[in-house]
Design a binder for this molecule. Structure first.
Ligand code: ADP
Ligand code: ZN
Ligand code: ZN
Length: 721
């Protein structure tokens, strides 16, 4: 047989196509390998997708210039995962594949090996095919001189690819910078409570078989402790694990707990790493070092070769879904990855997503319930405070202020949750009714008093705030509604001697500021915390005994079908910050709808019942997870252009089994001067929906659109506004 002469290459371009190149005689190629190719006048980094393809007739192909390393940057299972994701999310393969490379490797930099890797035998005999002479020789060379370096082996005529090959077969291990035991001497893990033990006994036994488990454990039930225990008892010393978290910087404590048990086996992956750190961690993972990686969304795409467990913490969190570009869900990709890898995936949450809850109901996921708090902590008491006819002090009712006062008098901490940053979401003229709007978006500007600015939270517009109405010059021009700054001011007036700590995106912009804030709160000093969602996520503040929700009603009447689910999740998560230590916790929820069934159910603290009820509503409305959904979004200079494009697509999408809603303008129809519209497609058959989307993308790729018109396909959208 002659050698395949043509390779199909993926480039890091938003193009739904691959490029064919001739393979020079001297090159050995494998799928997933990095190569350099000529492209126009440039030289680009590409990834080999296929080898031995038929050359298209009559085309003069250029040749690949060379390889960047002898081994595939993306090994089979990662490559297959990304190929699947590219198809599932309708995103160009090239961009999907390149997401799994660190920035340095995307730019064609060398995958620099650490100079002094040293090798040890990991088996007594090498079980290798009879004709693999070089590999047997290599194994023997390492066995004869344990600790021999890569460079010494290369000098003796072995290749790095051969070394890596033996490593992948688990015949040798890398020793010098091998990841070792805990940094701190084996700290005894706390004895699991009876409830934790019962949950632990139900965790998946086999780490070499696919299983999906939903760990539904109320806030403070000790899920993190269970993960630690699971990894400690099930993960072998040479295996890799992945722990996905929504955001690392917000939970330095969790990271510290993992480090205490696993020392420098713990590595992190998140957006604040620099290129050097990314490359170094990427190489550890690619080299099969026994890393336990704690990472955000994109960590699920990394080229693990010995991955034996995946944990997705706070699996309901909407930040697992990427909101732009390659719109994948880190959680859903994790489940598929576990399937490809034949290993367990454990999804943990106190407020599981309705998707996962449904899968558990269907028996697709095993459900483990952990409904007691760990240690001496008791679940908090939730109470609704109807504020319809109560006088308010900048949004806070008398009973709320009294409860805060009592909490502080006991030397404890109170947390006040406001879902808006800034001072007030609206500036309004009480004479002419003028509302200050963003000139570029269909939204109101938020008033930020600290720097006397009006800001749009949807684009980067800002301007100086005015003291008088810009329209009629009246001085009766005032902020309306509550933001964190305003609540902070009111509380400072009411409690002049108490430290008030505001936590929102504005107060935590500087690097390290969130860490400083958390450290301060963890001293346990009596204080009031005021903040947004950032305070709801995963924190463990033992001295917070009171949580006040300024207004719970945001999600009750939204057009987005996910809004009630997200509202309940946020409320329960923020409530879960109360009473996590030895002292009991109380939660006061201010609302204008104290008889709303969602809120009354919430106060019974039973998320399972709420999830069942919300699922029943989704079933009636034939919404996800009962059907697959995708949105085609368009944006253009005019709404007419956006709608027109979607109108053209609609008849192409029409087919039995597909229901179409729209095209309709988005809820915020104009954002940063772009006019946005959407077409929603639903189907009982995900496969059918996927095929229709593929056709639409093919059409759109070739369509001659006005130069400013953009479109995207969003599969399993998290936002439908
Ligand atoms: P979750 O992740 O479910 O919110 P954590 O694992 O953070 O819960 O545990 C909540 C608190 O209870 C933490 O302070 C943790 O140290 C403590 N904790 C967990 N398990 C135990 C246990 N078995 N004994 C004593 N304290 C525990
Ligand atoms: Zn006015
Ligand atoms: Zn704007």
């Amino acid at each position: 047989m002659t050698r395949p002469a043509i390779a199909r290459i993926a480039l890091n371009r938003p193009l739904r196509r691959l490029f064919d190149y001739l393979i020079p005689d001297s090159l050995e190629l494998a799928p997933g390998q990095r190569v350099t190719v000529p492209f126009g006048r440039q030289t680009l980094t590409g990834l080999v997708v296929e080898i031995g393809v038929e050359p298209p007739p009559g085309v003069n192909l250029k040749a690949i210039k060379g390889t960047l390393e002898a081994w595939p940057a993306l090994p089979d299972n990662t490559f297959n995962l990304l190929t699947w994701a590219s198809d599932y999310y309708q995103h160009p393969l090239g961009e999907c594949l390149f997401t799994a490379l660190p920035p340095a490797l995307r730019r064609g930099r060398p995958a620099q090996e650490k100079a002094d890797e040293s090798w040890h035998p990991a088996a007594t005999e090498a079980v290798l095919p009879a004709n693999a002479h070089r590999q047997v020789d290599l194994f023997n060379a390492i066995k004869e001189s344990p600790g021999i370096s890569s460079s010494a082996l290369v000098k003796s005529g072995f290749s790095r690819a051969q070394i890596r090959n033996l490593q992948q077969k688990d015949l040798i291990t890398e020793g010098a910078k091998a990841i070792t035991a805990p940094a701190t001497k084996d700290l005894p893990a706390p004895t699991l409570s009876a409830a934790q033990q019962a949950a632990s006994a139900q965790m998946p036994e086999h780490t070499h078989e696919f299983s999906a488990t939903l760990l539904y454990g109320i806030t403070g039930s000790g899920k993190t402790e269970l993960y630690l225990h699971y990894l400690k008892t099930h993960l072998n010393a040479n295996e890799q694990a992945l722990v996905l978290v929504p955001e690392i910087n917000l939970t330095p404590q969790t990271l510290a707990r993992f480090r205490r048990y696993f020392g420098n086996r713990i590595q992190v992956w998140h957006s604040a790493l620099n290129d050097g750190e990314r490359l170094s961690t990427w190489l550890k993972i690619r080299n099969g070092e026994p890393v336990i990686l704690i990472g955000t969304r994109s960590a699920v795409l990394l080229p693990f070769s010995h991955l034996r467990t995946i944990i997705v913490d706070e699996e309901h969190d909407s930040s697992y879904k990427q909101g732009e570009g390659f719109r994948y869900s880190g959680r859903d990709v994790a489940v598929y990855r576990a399937h490809l890898n034949r290993c367990p995936v454990i999804l943990g949450s106190a407020t599981p997503s309705l998707e996962s809850w449904h899968n558990a109901q269907q028996g697709k996921y095993q459900l483990i319930r952990l409904e007691e708090r760990a240690g001496n902590a008791k679940p908090p008491q939730l109470e609704l405070l109807d504020i319809r006819s109560r006088p308010l002090e900048a949004g806070l009712s008398r009973p709320t202020l009294n409860s805060i006062k009592e909490t502080l008098a006991r030397g404890e901490q109170a947390l006040v949750f406001v879902n808006r940053r800034g001072f007030a979401p609206v500036m309004m003229c009480f004479d002419c009714g003028h509302l200050e709007e963003c000139p570029r978006c269909d939204t109101r500007l938020t008033y930020h008093r600290r720097d006397h600015a009006m800001r749009c939270h949807h684009c980067d517009f800002q301007m100086a705030a005015s003291h008088t109405c810009p329209k009629c010059q009246s001085e009766n021009y005032k902020p309306v509604g509550q933001g964190t700054e305003r609540t902070e001011d009111t509380l400072a007036e009411q409690f002049p001697d108490t430290p008030i700590v505001r936590v929102d995106r504005d107060s935590t912009q500087r690097k390290g500021s969130i860490q400083a804030i958390l450290k301060r709160v963890n001293t346990g000093e009596s204080c009031i915390l005021v903040g947004t969602q950032m305070l709801a996520k995963g924190h463990d503040f033992p001295n917070v005994t009171l949580v006040c929700v300024v207004n719970a009603d945001g999600g009750l009447f939204s057009v987005d079908f996910r809004a009630p689910e997200q509202m309940i999740q946020t409320l329960l998560q923020v409530s879960g910050r109360a009473g996590r230590g030895d002292k009991p916790g109380k939660v006061l929820i201010q609302t204008c709808h104290s008889d709303h069934p969602l809120l009354t159910n919430l106060c019974r603290g039973n998320y399972a019942a709420i999830a069942d009820q919300l699922l029943a509503e989704r079933e009636t409305g034939t919404l996800p997870p009962y059907r697959a959904m995708a949105i085609v979004r368009a944006e253009a200079d005019t709404m007419q252009n956006s709608l027109q494009l979607l109108d053209t697509l609609k008849p192409m999408a029409q087919s039995p089994g597909i229901e179409i809603w729209g095209p309709l303008p988005a809820v915020i129809a104009r954002k940063a001067d772009r006019h946005r519209a959407q077409l929603i497609l639903c189907s009982d058959s995900r496969g059918h929906l996927n095929r229709v989307l593929t056709q639409l993308c093919q059409y759109l790729d070739q369509a001659r659109l006005p130069s400013s018109t953009r479109w995207v396909v969003d599969v399993d959208p998290q936002e439908t506004g």
